[in-house]
Design a protein around this ligand. Sequence first.
Ligand code: SAH
Length: 356
Amino acid sequence: MNTLGHRIAELIGAEGPLSVAQFMSLCLYDPEGGAYAAGEPIGQHFITAPEISQAYGELAGLWVAQTWLDQGRPDRPRLMELGPGRGTLMADALRALKVVMPDFLDGAEIVLIESSPGLQRRQETALAGHDRVRWHKHFGDVPADRPLFLIANEFFDCLPVRQFVKTEKGWCERMVIVREGKLAFAVAPAAIDPSLLPPDRVEAPEGGFYEVSPASLALAAEIAATIAACGGGGLIIDYGYDGPGYGETLQAVAGHAYADVLVDPGKVDVSAHVDFVALTRAVRAGGAAAHGPVPQGRFLQALGMAARAERLIAANPGQADAIAAAIDRLVNPDKMGSLFRALGVAPKNAPPLPGF
Ligand code: SAH
């Protein structure tokens, strides 16, 4: 077991089993051994859409520009990104916005929500030369006082999930324990009150899972409430599913391959697929309209990905094959085009969001 693994085992020894959500939080955010706090997961363990092609962030910028125009160019917009990684998407979006909609940027404030000090430094470098960029650690640190144009790419999959397993006793929470000196999964001995679960879970087969990310749902509702009150739009893109089955989606990747979730905590990237049905409900509960979710490939094509790709290839003919392959990876349903989905958040009376 590595150092973080030993500390987790000690914590379990002292305080008892951890929920999957508590375990996931330690793996990601522990200040000394957590993957985001202490490591460089993007590039080392996985690659994200904005890192695959600059067209991705550029289209995100065009999406913001069109949404802002459609809402009548509200004054003093706030452009916010949750979990900006290496800052690539925002740098590409700002470059596109400068060309197509400099008026947007004139009064805009740019806010990046980032928990990792190392990645914040990366973002500062990527965005050097842009004014009015601020960093915060939490969405809730920023007042709801401006129209909010928000982008979250591969952010919600990081937020911890709780897992419940249907057993003969009822629904029991899945926990992390120590067994024979190793971290292991176990099911809590007592069942929870079934009325705490959504009604459609009641008929689950034995061994079926229910996975929920309370942090994601709370955040989606907060974003929706801000957009409903102040105007703007939100674009949430992630890997996930439309209707929950009875499976579980907790996963770990290391060096671009799937890995064991428990064996090397903090040295692998743990995440879970996003439940877009639950997220959509949370957006509506927060008082905003939800658009989509639609598959990423369809969303990007609707925003003009084909035309953007042609322009990029015309400007860099020597790299035509590489550019075409990168775009194909983003839009092809057999690659990222359909596993990834886009969900839009808008005020209830606003015009339809571009791309949906
Ligand atoms: N959006 C980027 C990076 C995705 S990785 C891209 O597409 O390339 C997830 C990002 O979210 C990282 O920057 C990570 O440090 C940040 N992050 C994860 N959980 C967070 C949290 N709870 N609060 C703030 N930032 C978080």
